[in-house]
Design a binder for this molecule. Sequence first.
Ligand code: PXL
Length: 277
Amino acid sequence: MNYPKVLTIQDISCVGQCSLTAALPILSATGAETCILPSAVLSTHTGGFKGYTFRDLTEDMPAIAAHWQKEGILFDAIYTGYLGSIRQISIVQDIFAKLRKDGAMTFVDPAMADNGVLYSIFDMDYVNAMKPLCFGADVILPNLTEACLLTDTPYRETYDEAYIQEILDKMTSAGAKVIILTGVTYKPETTGVIVSENGQVRYYEHKRIERGCHGTGDVYASAFVGAYLRGFSAFDAAKLAADYTVQCIENTLGDDSHWYGVKFETALPMLIESLRK
Ligand code: PXL
């Protein structure tokens, strides 16, 4: 039985259905043994709540990794999301070097911006520090805002295929291998994901739901990583993760009190079913 041991490194936002509180259940549902390394503990995510607490765990991370190394604990895949500080980026690079089994894959979701703006705790120094981590990974999963920041491209609300191709070319020249670029919208009623592998570019277009939702990038990346580790191709995993994320958003529509995240748990049966195909 294919039973990968995956390590995911991102924050715990105790309330808010993003980062580890989404990645852990979603990866577990895809059948992967899921180990976690929390980068920070926040009372909530930073996207709309006021006065959240933030405990930076940078100091704990090297000691946790050193213990695993001493115990001979290695991973089949490492997937990183929201990190709490620039120093954590180099700690993650060290973990990539030391805690991977032969042939283990690295997945990096830069998780630092959306809709043209950086999340509140980040600045351009953080963006620049993210570049080597992203361009050295086996798979990167930026949204369009993050892809623009990583390639020093001005963010645009409307664009054509040539604009997207230029961003893909810049990332590929910088070393990116497989690029999963989310939130690419050419028509008002649809959106989609671009999968670029060794210069081959494919687009999966799907329904666009007007309501912007927090945490969907994390839900998407977690479902993608789980499906990929189950043996789906990058394109099929990108498609499956998109269909799952759309279902999560649909299951949340109509409940304005649930503005802070998506009800991803309610669509886990659908995710598990689609992994059987
Ligand atoms: O979903 C990305 C994310 C993860 N973690 C924290 C966040 C956000 C987005 O705002 O604030 C703490």
